[in-house]
Design a protein around this ligand. Structure first.
Ligand code: ADP
Ligand code: ZN
Length: 430
């Protein structure tokens, strides 16, 4: 099912002509912003000199740092009188970035979300529980607009009050739930505690943070759903920029609205399909806050297989942000990889936490792992074989030597929004 078939399937010269026209428009829009004026001047390029999509590489990169320098409204290309909404990023890596929207931006954003939700088979007749934060976070309102647009019955439940969320799923016959994967896990846990069957639920859409294939499998089994990955960021409106189709094999990045590149984060050089690196995005129709070659910091790759669904441009699921990568004694690892390994072990429960310490000038990783309820008799002391097995499997699959500590089921923090599972204690020592 398509929401906007013309745009979702446009390809070849038609697509390139549209992208070029929109790229030139975007650079013209950026030329209204003082910091872009100087960046473009330094790079020696102007909107009227753009002749083909290959000219993209002549444009300068921009990053969160540039946007933070302009805090709060320095990145706007339109007067505040034309801005009808303000959001901010979650501030996961520092001071939140402010994002402004014109009315046209809100309409485009809702159209992308409508495409995403239609693509996974949702529509009128579905009851959609939107368990993402409403407010400055783009997640709640972003999904809300798209979900209403396609005619679903929307429950703006937001996060928290988890038992009530479960009751609503049952009482209102909810068919689809939207949340961060961490909160979806919490929903599953509480539903089991309450003995709720959640029979009507059939689809889950999860995003805003990295989550592994094993996490998907677990959520699908425990909630009785098909789970789809949703990617976005406030600077690209919010959620909706890229979404899995029913194939669950890569996320379609809307090619009429975003040009994407993958670069080597060290050299800035473009990488080809199948090569993992940092995602760089140039939105093509953003009015209030245009961006040029925006370095997302997110690690993924372009997939060039032809998707049976008929849509174009796809990326692989995001491994994490470049700054999430842990380097422990020369071994690189993303928390999402640790999650994937831990969730493959039946003895392991829902949650884990990672601590990084510097001990005798060496970085050490300690992973606290909850034991699965079914394996827990009340005594952690009986489970040294489990502790050894977890440490062994982590070592074998990630080449990572860690200290593993088992903790009781239910004892680690649960998250309603984005999880924070890594605590770096190295700074505390010096
Ligand atoms: P912040 O960057 O402050 O967290 P946002 O709320 O805008 O602010 O979050 C956007 C970021 O969330 C992305 O850059 C990415 O790191 C992460 N993210 C969003 N969706 C996904 C996803 N499906 N998989 C992995 N990471 C995601
Ligand atoms: Zn597809």
């Amino acid at each position: 099912m398509f929401w906007n078939k013309a745009m979702e399937t446009i390809s070849g010269p038609d697509l390139r002509t549209l992208q070029l026209k929109r790229l030139t428009w975007t650079v013209r829009q950026a030329e209204k912003v003082p910091f872009y004026q100087s960046l473009l001047k330094n790079a020696g390029i102007r909107s009227d000199a753009i002749r083909s999509l290959d000219d993209l590489v002549k444009l300068p990169f921009t990053s969160k740092k540039d946007l933070r320098l302009g805090y709060p409204f320095g990145s706007l290309a339109v007067p505040l009188t034309e801005v009808v909404r303000i959001h901010t990023t979650s501030g996961t890596t520092g001071k939140p970035t402010v994002v402004g929207y014109t009315r046209a931006d809100l309409e485009n954003w809702a159209d992308l979300m409508a495409r995403d939700l239609t693509m996974v088979g949702l529509g009128p007749g579905d009851v959609f529980q939107n368990a993402l934060g409403y407010g400055l976070f783009t997640g709640g309102l972003g999904f809300h607009a798209g979900a209403e647009k396609i005619g679903m019955t929307v429950i703006p439940s937001a996060t928290g009050n988890t038992r009530r969320q479960i009751e609503m799923i049952e009482d209102f016959g909810v068919t689809a739930v939207n949340a961060t994967p961490s909160y979806a896990m919490r929903l599953a846990e509480v539903a089991e505690e309450m003995g709720a069957g959640l029979e009507t639920l059939r689809i889950g859409t999860f995003g805003a943070e990295p989550w592994s294939e094993n996490m998907r499998r677990e959520l699908e089994e425990r909630l009785g759903i098909t789970a789809y990955d949703s990617y976005g960021m406030s600077e690209l409106y919010g959620p909706g920029a890229a979404f899995e189709c029913e194939e669950k094999n890569g996320l379609h990045f809307w090619h009429d609205s975003f040009l994407i590149e993958i670069i080597n984060p060290e050299t800035g050089e473009q990488l080809g399909p199948g090569e993992r690196g940092e995602l760089v995005v140039t939105p093509l129709v953003k009015e209030a806050m245009p961006l040029i070659r925006y370095r997302t910091g997110d690690i993924t790759m372009i997939l060039d297989d032809v998707c049976p669904c008929g849509r174009g441009q796809k990326i692989a699921r995001i491994m994490g942000r470049s700054d999430d990568m842990l380097v422990i004694r020369g071994i690189n690892v993303f928390p999402s990889q640790i999650e994937h390994v831990l969730l493959s072990l039946p003895e392991v429960g829902e949650q884990f936490m990672v601590y990084i310490d510097r001990i005798h000038h060496l970085d050490e990783m300690t992973i606290e792992v909850e034991v699965n309820r079914d394996y827990f008799s009340g005594e952690l002391g009986d489970l040294t074989h489990v502790q050894k097995r977890v440490a062994g499997v982590l070592r074998d699959s990630l080449n990572l030597r860690t200290r593993v500590t088992l903790v009781e089921p239910g004892s680690l923090p649960r998250f309603e929004g984005k999880a924070k599972r890594v605590i770096d204690r190295r700074g505390d020592i010096w």
